[in-house]
Design a protein around this ligand. Structure first.
Ligand SMILES: NC(=O)c1ccc[n+]([C@@H]2O[C@H](COP(=O)([O-])OP(=O)(O)OC[C@H]3O[C@@H](n4cnc5c(N)ncnc54)[C@H](O)[C@@H]3O)[C@@H](O)[C@H]2O)c1
Length: 330
């Protein structure tokens, strides 16, 4: 089992990475637990977790982005109040990024912050979304959903990362997590990037991603500078995710976004080789529709946009470029 600690300003996050962690973790005693999970993950792993913390309360939500909403936030806060949870009690997220984002948000606002443990079960959750403290829910109005418009930066006390969870993850969800792993290699770690062309163990690739995310978010916890580098591929990626009506998963859309945001034709080819290896889907779109979406990007100011730009594989920097220049790459 690997163990690392990340010392953020207000919270030290202990990360355990290894197999069969539910059975091997000492959960604090003398406190209450509330577990949030979804209806794919719950039937597979909830019983195992409850074996370790027998008196835990729990709630199983429908899986999918639709659960990341303010109605669930208020309902769950109501349940916590009724069950007389205090600040010192624990909220446990057991699931993918939807569950960890929603749980983190609730934990951060309940009585101005209760304790939290995150148990990410998707690859995207394990390599990316569980660490760094971004929590959030979507805001919906008139059948439109605005993603992650309500949120906080709030860290769990502990993150348990067990690659065994990934054995039950559907292939497309696995690929979505790989999209973010490719980003970590492409932007920060050439060795990791080329390792993806070989056979690799999951622990071998999850750990460097966590180390990179820890390093970058420690430098800039609140995304004023360096943390923006983690958004490589996200400007075009987010636009494609929305254009596809979310039929493209987050990591799949980011993978395409990285392809379009990369200028160097040799690096573009390396990306295409990787995407073919992992069977990433393409996506047909009209250039005009994409441009319309991109022009609404909140990062644009007076026709210019601040973007992570790739210098070489493993090295990224922030640059301000003309929107027109970005559009030429599509
Ligand atoms: N906080 C952050 O820094 C951050 C970063 C990136 C993305 N996100 C958010 O994360 C969310 C996407 O995360 P995701 O891709 O994990 O989505 P998700 O939580 O919807 O999980 C994907 C699917 O896999 C299922 N699943 C998860 N683990 C499983 C397992 N072990 N076995 C079987 N099925 C399993 C889920 O039920 C779901 O159907 C989005 O809401 C996105 O906004 C947050």
């Amino acid at each position: 089992m690997k163990e690392m600690s990340v010392n953020y300003r207000n919270q030290t996050v202990k990360i355990l990475l290894g197999e069969n962690l539910l059975e091997r973790t000492c959960f604090p005693t003398g406190v209450k637990y509330f577990i949030l999970t979804d209806d794919n993950v719950g039937p597979l792993y909830l019983k195992k977790l409850i074996n370790e913390i027998p008196n835990a309360n729990y709630l199983v939500l429908p899986s999918g982005e639709g659960s990341k909403d303010t109605v669930n936030v208020l309902n769950i806060i109501g349940m916590l109040l009724e069950l007389e949870f205090s600040k010192g009690d624990y909220f446990i997220a057991l699931g993918g990024g939807v569950i960890t984002d929603l749980s983190g948000f609730i934990a951060s606002i309940y009585k101005r912050g209760m304790k939290m443990i995150s148990i990410p079960t998707s690859l995207l959750g394990q390599v990316d979304s569980a660490l760094g403290g971004k929590t959030g829910v979507n805001y919906s109005k008139d059948q439109l959903t605005f993603k992650n418009q309500i949120g906080t930066i709030y860290h769990p006390e502990m993150i348990l990362i067990d690659p065994n969870f990934l054995k039950t993850l559907p292939k497309a969800e696995f690929r979505s997590g790989l999209g973010e792993i490719i980003k970590y290699g492409l932007c920060f770690d050439q060795e990791l990037f080329y390792q993806l062309f070989e056979s690799f163990s999951l622990t071998e690739i999850i750990l460097p991603c966590l180390e990179i995310k820890a390093e970058v978010t420690l430098l800039d916890e609140f995304e004023n500078s360096e943390r923006k580098l983690l958004n490589y591929g996200h400007t075009i990626g987010h636009a494609l995710e929305s254009l596809s009506g979310f039929s493209l998963r987050h990591g799949e859309a980011i993978a395409l976004g990285m392809l379009y945001e990369t200028e160097d034709p040799l690096i573009k080819n390396e990306l295409k080789r990787l995407y073919k290896l992992f069977d990433f889907p393409g996506f047909e779109f009209s250039r005009m529709d994409l441009i319309t979406y991109l022009k609404q990007d909140k990062k644009i100011s007076r026709g210019r946009i601040q973007l992570p730009v790739l210098e070489e594989i493993g090295k990224v920097c922030l640059k301000e470029i003309d929107l027109e220049e970005l559009l030429r790459r599509i």
